[in-house]
Structures are given as structure tokens and as C-alpha cells.
Design a protein around this ligand. Structure first.
Ligand code: ADP
Length: 249
């Protein structure tokens, strides 16, 4: 757990030692049948970054997302999330790591159909030990944060695509994860709704949230401050645009 700039290590607090949010070293992933989805990937994402993971279909983006999201383990190499080596954790510890550190946003929203926006977002805290009433209070605040304070009682079928994605973003954020992983977040939206969602993602980043956007859309990738480009399971380029924060340093 981090407290200010301090990091808890085995119950002790070591000041100034916060690890990268995500760190991959020599990561490969093979599937049965000799498919090498990732080949020797080294990648570090620091707190506060907004990065696009970009590349054509089949380049390894989803495989990477599964590894970063602790939904799968590498064949070789190490994946660390907030300093924890994913490869050595039991399924139970992995679930806890995921619940505490990672917020997922999917292309097709994955909201529960019969439940209103507050309940859908509150579900993002189901495994966090937060009591039901507090879950709902925090869900309302998260919905306000994504500009949906006026849609609290609406069910998914009463919301536009863009609004559904904002509910999904609120659900991903409500547990205050270290990193938001957004997999093609505008892929199911019309251009105008997609723009609203990307604007929200930029605002969340400006407020300090660490975000990875997985996309095959070069235009979206080009609009983000860091672009990590994959091809055939390897990073072929990693570029940054200097923003106001970087320029000031
Ligand atoms: P992307 O998300 O960029 O489209 P993927 O990570 O889905 O790329 O796929 C990378 C490669 O790994 C592709 O050749 C794909 O067919 C293969 N692949 C992905 N998942 C599996 C799997 N579960 N079993 C076998 N091959 C897979």
C-alpha cells in the first residue's frame, strides 16, 4: 500500500521507493501450437502516465493486456504490477492484487443489464471489503466524476453508448486503482461518443490517474502522450510527446 510517497514493504514503510505501476522484463508468451504472441518484451509504465498500446490485429496487444491485468502469466520473463511479481502469486493473491491495483474498461462495457448506474459502479467494490452503503456512496461520487451525476438511477438500456462507457469507467475507478486498463474503449462507439470518452480519459490523466489505452486506431494513439507500438509480439517503437508536465522538468 502506498501512503503519500511511502511504500509498505512487508509491514515496514520505506520512504521514496514506489515501484513502477507496471514493469515487464523479457516477457514472452507462447500458446500451444507454437504461436509466439509476445517475444521478449521489456516495458515500464510509471505512475501518472497515459500510454497507448497500439498495433495491428494479431500483434499481441490483448495478450499483453491479459498479462498486465494479471489474468494470465508469462511463459518466460517477469510481469510486476505495483512491484508484485505476478508469476509467483497464487490465484487468490492475484485476485486481490487485481481488485486493489487494476481497473478494467472493455470495448463492450460489460455492465449488468438489470442494474442501475449506481449498482453497476458499486459492484466495482464488491471484493474490496467496503460495506454496501459506503460502496453506493462512493459509486455516486465516481459517477459525478465522469459527468453522470444526472443518470444515477438509469439502467444500461436507458443510457447512450458513450454514457455506458462512462459508467464502466466510473466502475473501474471507484476502487482507486493504480492503473486503468482500457481495451479499445471507443471501439463500439460513434465518433462523437468516442471523443467524449477520450476527453474524459485525458481529464482523468490530468488529475493523476495512470491509464493504458489498448487500440488499433492510430489516430487515437497519436493523440496520447506516449505510444508503445507492437508488431509481431514485440515493441517496435516507444515514443513520447512532451506535455506541460514534462516541459516544466
Ligand atoms: P491483438 O490483440 O493485437 O489482436 P493477440 O494478443 O490477440 O493480438 O494475438 C497475438 C497472437 O497470438 C495472434 O497470432 C493470435 O492468433 C495468438 N493468440 C492469442 N490468443 C491465443 C490463444 N488463446 N491460443 C492460441 N493463440 C492465441
Amino acid at each position: 500500500m502506498t501512503v503519500g510517497g511511502a511504500m509498505e514493504v512487508g509491514g515496514e514503510v520505506a520512504v521514496g521507493a514506489a515501484p513502477p505501476v507496471i514493469e515487464l522484463s523479457g516477457v514472452s508468451k507462447s500458446y500451444p501450437g507454437g504461436v509466439h504472441a509476445l517475444r521478449g518484451v521489456d516495458l515500464r509504465i510509471d505512475r501518472g502516465e497515459l500510454a497507448a498500446i497500439v498495433g495491428p490485429s494479431g500483434s499481441g496487444k490483448s495478450t499483453l493486456l491479459h498479462l498486465i491485468g494479471t489474468l494470465d502469466k508469462p511463459t518466460t520473463g517477469t510481469v510486476r504490477v505495483a512491484g508484485h511479481d505476478v508469476g509467483v502469486l497464487s490465484d487468490r493473491r492475484l485476485s486481490a492484487l487485481r481488485a486493489r491495483h487494476i481497473g478494467f474498461v472493455f470495448q463492450h462495457f460489460h455492465l449488468a443489464a438489470g442494474r442501475n448506474a449506481v449498482d453497476n459502479v458499486a459492484d466495482g467494490l464488491l471484493y474490496s471489503g467496503v460495506p454496501a452503503r459506503a460502496r453506493r456512496t462512493r459509486a455516486r461520487a465516481a459517477l459525478e466524476r465522469v459527468g453522470l451525476g444526472h443518470r444515477l438511477g438509469h439502467r444500461p438500456n436507458e443510457l447512450s453508448g458513450g454514457e455506458k462507457q462512462r459508467v464502466a469507467i466510473a466502475r473501474a475507478l471507484v476502487g482507486e486503482p493504480d492503473v486503468l486498463l482500457a481495451d479499445e474503449p471507443t471501439g463500439a462507439l460513434d465518433t462523437a461518443s468516442g471523443d467524449v470518452v477520450m476527453t474524459l480519459i485525458r481529464e482523468l490523466h490530468a488529475a493523476g490517474t495512470t491509464i493504458c489505452v489498448i487500440t488499433h486506431d492510430n489516430e487515437i494513439a497519436g493523440s496520447l502522450p506516449r505510444r508503445i507500438r507492437f508488431r509481431d509480439g514485440a515493441v517496435v517503437s516507444d515514443s513520447r510527446t512532451a506535455g506541460p508536465k514534462e516541459m516544466a522538468q
